[in-house]
Design a protein around this ligand. Structure first.
Ligand SMILES: [Cu+2]
Length: 214
C-alpha cells in the first residue's frame, strides 16, 4: 500500500507524465477483453465424468468470409453427436478405432458475424485440462491456427475439468486435484482490477486543474 501511495504521490508531482501512463494502464486493462473475439469452446469449466454440451464459437475477424472450420478433440473426451447448423456441412473425423477425433464444418461466415457449433461429449473421468486446437480458414488466405499457448495471438481454447466431487475428494485426502491450478487466473484478474483502479485515479490526478498558489 505504501508503494501505491508513493506512486500516486509521484503522479501528482508529474501530472503531465501521468496522462500517457494512465492511458497505458487503461489499455493494458482493456486488452484481455479484446481477446474474447478468439475462437473459443464453451464452457471453460466442466466436471469429470459429466455429459457436457460444448459450443465452439468462431468469430469472423477479417473482411473476407470464413469458409472452413476444423476442430481436433482432446484425448480422453468421448464425442457422441453434433448439433445441426443450417448452411454448414459437417464432416466427422475418426481414427482407425472409430473414435471421433475431429470435425470439419464448411460453409460461409460473412465478416462481423460469428457462428456456433455445438456437440455433446462425455468428459474424461479424472481432472484434466482439455485443449481444443481449432483451424479457421478464410477465403483466399492462409488458415488461422488457434493452437497457441494462453496469452498468445491465436491461443487454443482450454476447458478445465475439475474432479467429480471436490468435497468428497478433499475429505478422502486425495490431494491430486491441485486446487492451485485455478490461482493464476484469479490473481491475474486481481491484477487487472488493480490496474484499472490505478488508471482511473491517475486519470483523475492528471485531469484535475493545477492548484494555483493563492
Ligand atoms: Cu480474436
Amino acid at each position: 500500500m505504501n508503494g501505491m501511495l508513493n506512486l500516486l504521490g509521484q503522479m501528482r508531482r508529474h501530472a503531465r507524465r501521468a496522462t500517457p501512463m494512465a492511458l497505458f494502464s487503461l489499455l493494458a486493462t482493456l486488452t484481455p477483453a479484446i481477446a474474447f473475439a478468439h475462437s473459443v469452446v464453451y464452457p471453460k469449466k466442466s466436471t469429470a465424468g459429466a455429459y457436457e454440451r460444448y459450443v465452439l464459437r468462431v468469430p469472423n475477424e477479417k473482411n473476407v468470409a470464413t469458409t472452413r472450420v476444423e476442430i481436433r478433440f482432446p484425448e480422453g473426451l468421448r464425442i457422441t453427436d453434433f448439433q445441426e447448423v443450417p448452411g454448414w456441412t459437417l464432416q466427422v473425423l475418426t481414427d482407425s478405432a472409430k473414435r471421433i477425433v475431429g470435425a470439419v464444418w464448411t460453409g460461409n461466415l460473412p465478416p462481423q458475424r460469428f457462428v456456433e457449433f455445438a456437440f455433446m461429449a462425455a468428459n474424461p473421468k479424472t481432472a484434466t485440462s482439455l485443449v481444443w486446437p481449432v483451424y479457421q480458414t478464410y477465403e483466399g488466405m492462409p488458415r488461422v491456427e488457434w493452437t497457441g499457448p494462453k496469452g498468445s495471438k491465436t491461443p487454443a481454447s482450454v476447458t478445465e475439468i475439475s474432479p467429480a466431487d471436490s468435497a468428497a475428494v478433499a475429505g478422502a485426502g486425495a490431494g491430486a486435484a491441485a486446487p492451485g491450478a485455478i490461482a493464476p487466473a484469479s490473481s491475474f484478474q486481481w491484477v487487472q482490477w488493480l490496474a484499472l483502479v490505478i488508471a482511473v485515479i491517475a486519470l483523475g490526478v492528471a485531469i484535475r486543474p493545477k492548484d494555483r498558489a493563492a
